[in-house]
Design a binder for this molecule. Structure first.
Ligand code: KIV
Ligand code: NA
Length: 270
């Protein structure tokens, strides 16, 4: 059964919400099969699949393509598409069209926006139009040129501002809020203050849910931030398989007779 925005809302404070990113159909299938509630087609695809240093170069077309693939692979999970840098927040018409594409064209069920004072009204408009919005505060990687990748909300003033913005986005109709790289006590305070669920990444144990980049969670990335736990070592497993393949080809062990077709039936032809 498909997880809905209403299911996510009703889990707040009751049951932990699980979320992982995915960018392609096969990963979405695996994540979905294992019962993860929400799949985020993160603009982290710029880093993971496209090899960029930052998420800034990611385009709406790329997000639509990756979202389409993920939506094909995911049967039960709620699919949330990240809106990339400068695709929202400056012009309403363009923001709504870009967000709309993710649902109309790509098969997402909701969008995520890196939030700030400039996304409060937009969140309200999108929600009214039937586009559920996941908000995102704390470290927002599209602002890397201002924030770097540092812990956010570390002064009383910054913490109060984050809490205010969180409440403003809840009032505007956001159905959930990602909190990235904020002190655990601040994430706990925001989680307490809101009705909608908070989903943390590097935000401590008191959020209503957790999210990680799937490459990091399964141990596919060559480097991970300190708040990540690698729950597997896919990079090594994949590397070992590739090495075995190379050795088998070089030694002539592969392909063997069992991999060759039409040997007996068609032998006389040649
Ligand atoms: O793009 C992404 O993967 C994200 C999550 C880390 C929240 O925004
Ligand atoms: Na993102």
């Amino acid at each position: 059964m498909r997880t809905t925005v209403r299911d996510v809302l009703s889990k707040a404070g009751e049951e932990p919400i699980t979320m992982l990113t995915a960018y392609d159909a096969v990963t979405a299938e695996i994540v979905d099969e294992r019962g993860v509630d929400v799949i985020l087609v993160g603009d982290s695809v710029g880093n993971t699949a496209h090899g960029h240093e930052t998420t800034l170069p990611v385009t709406v077309d790329q997000m639509a393509d990756h979202t389409t693939a993920v939506a094909r692979g995911a049967e039960d999970a709620l699919v949330v598409a990240d809106m990339p840098f400068l695709s929202y927040g400056h012009d309403d018409k363009e923001s709504i069209e870009n967000a709309g594409r993710m649902l109309k064209e790509a098969g997402a069920h909701a969008v995520k926006l890196e939030s700030g004072p400039h996304t409060v009204e937009l969140t309200e408009k999108l929600s009214h139009l039937g586009i559920p919005v996941m908000a995102h505060l704390g470290l927002t990687p599209q602002s890397v040129n201002q924030q770097g990748y540092a812990l956010q909300g570390t002064s009383e003033e910054a913490a109060d501002r984050m809490l205010e913005l969180a409440a403003a986005h809840e009032d505007a109709g956001a159905f959930s809020l990602v909190l990235e790289r904020v002190p655990a006590p601040l994430a706990a305070r925001i989680t307490d203050a809101l009705e909608i669920p908070t989903i943390g990444i590097g935000a401590g144990p008191d959020c209503d849910g957790q999210v990680l980049v799937v490459d990091d969670a399964v141990g596919l990335s060559d480097w991970t931030p300190s708040f990540v736990e690698e729950f597997g070592n896919v990079r090594e497993a994949m590397g070992d398989a590739i090495e075995s393949y190379t050795e088998a080809v070089e030694s002539g062990e592969f392909p063997g007779a069992e991999h060759s077709e039409g040997v007996e039936e068609l032998d006389e032809l040649y």
